[in-house]
Design a protein around this ligand. Structure first.
Ligand SMILES: NC(=O)c1ccc[n+]([C@@H]2O[C@H](COP(=O)([O-])OP(=O)(O)OC[C@H]3O[C@@H](n4cnc5c(N)ncnc54)[C@H](OP(=O)(O)O)[C@@H]3O)[C@@H](O)[C@H]2O)c1
Length: 262
């Protein structure tokens, strides 16, 4: 990886090694941004050579603070938070371990809080506003039997982003010094996090791919989210997006018998 080039616009993707975060990181790198990924494992495969990576476990507060401080040391154009801990399997609340709940809070919510706290100052510029993209979920709107910790942590994360977005408004309208946007997939996305919870031989043909987020990521890189501040956008398999208010996302939860995984 080359030395930091201060002339290029900079981006950070927390949870950008795989899945939707990786789709966003690759799109931003292809758009010419200098992208740093924070995650435990290094980005691999096609395009990985274009990404910087700082090994970070979001449950290690000191390391997170250190790496976020480095990433936010200069102006940032775009930040995406996509890290997630789904949990080992779908299970009713009575079968959920406290340790798993704490991990979901650490990764899905507290990591987002830390990222906002450390990166918003680097994004906030009235002359050239930056954009913060939070990757959300249909479970925020539908709750989720068998997914209580995931649902609760994602709903809290969405409320955190909404609350901060409402603080980040200035008069006259449209002059925000940064924009905060939330985006969620219209259906299930084929990602390593989901594959870990599916049986061998599962048919993923109806699933979206992380690349579906590339058109929105490109738009945000080009416009820094102008006109989208505070929006909740649904991204479909073709890469198009529309506001949640236009078409409510369909629940991906299903009632499962106690003790069975998925
Ligand atoms: N996939 C879907 O169907 C779907 C549907 C609705 C919403 N979403 C949302 O989309 C987002 C991404 O999900 P995904 O399915 O793309 O997930 P994924 O493929 O499992 O990717 C999760 C990312 O989070 C990172 N991560 C997990 N635990 C971490 C930790 N302790 N410290 C640092 N990084 C950590 C992973 O990196 P390392 O493992 O390398 O640490 C990876 O980069 C989430 O916000 C999820 O709620 C996904």
């Amino acid at each position: 990886m080359t030395a930091l080039d201060r002339t290029r616009r900079r981006a950070l993707v927390v949870g950008g090694s795989t899945g939707i975060g990786r789709g966003v990181a690759d799109a931003w790198a292809a758009a010419g941004l200098d992208v740093t990924v924070l995650s435990r494992s290094a980005p691999a495969g096609t395009g990985a050579e274009r990404l910087r990576w700082a090994a970070t476990d979001l449950t290690d507060a000191d390391r997170v603070a250190e790496n976020l401080a480095l990433a936010a040391a200069g102006p940032l154009h775009a930040v995406c938070y996509s890290a997630v801990h789904y949990g080992d399997r779908r299970a009713p609340f009575r079968d959920c371990a406290e340790a798993e709940w704490r991990r979901q809070i650490d990764v899905n919510l507290h990591g987002l809080w830390l990222t906002l706290a450390r990166t918003l100052p680097a994004l906030r510029r009235p002359d050239a506003p930056g954009v913060f993209l939070g990757v959300s979920s249909e479970v925020v709107y539908n709750a989720g039997p068998g997914r209580s910790g995931y649902a609760a942590s994602k709903a809290a994360a969405s409320a955190l982003l909404d609350s901060v977005a409402q603080e980040e408004t200035t008069e006259p309208p449209g002059t925000q010094a940064l924009r905060i946007v939330q985006a969620l997939p219209a259906g299930m996305v084929d990602t390593p996090g989901i594959r870990r919870r599916r049986p061998e031989g599962f048919d993923y043909s109806a699933y979206m791919t992380p690349g579906s987020f590339a058109p929105l990521a490109r738009e945000l890189a080009a416009t820094a989210g102008a006109g989208l501040h505070g929006a909740h956008l649904v991204v479909d398999g073709a890469g198009a997006w529309y506001p949640v208010s236009e078409r409510f996302p369909v629940s991906q939860s299903r009632r499962i018998p106690s003790g069975t995984g998925s």
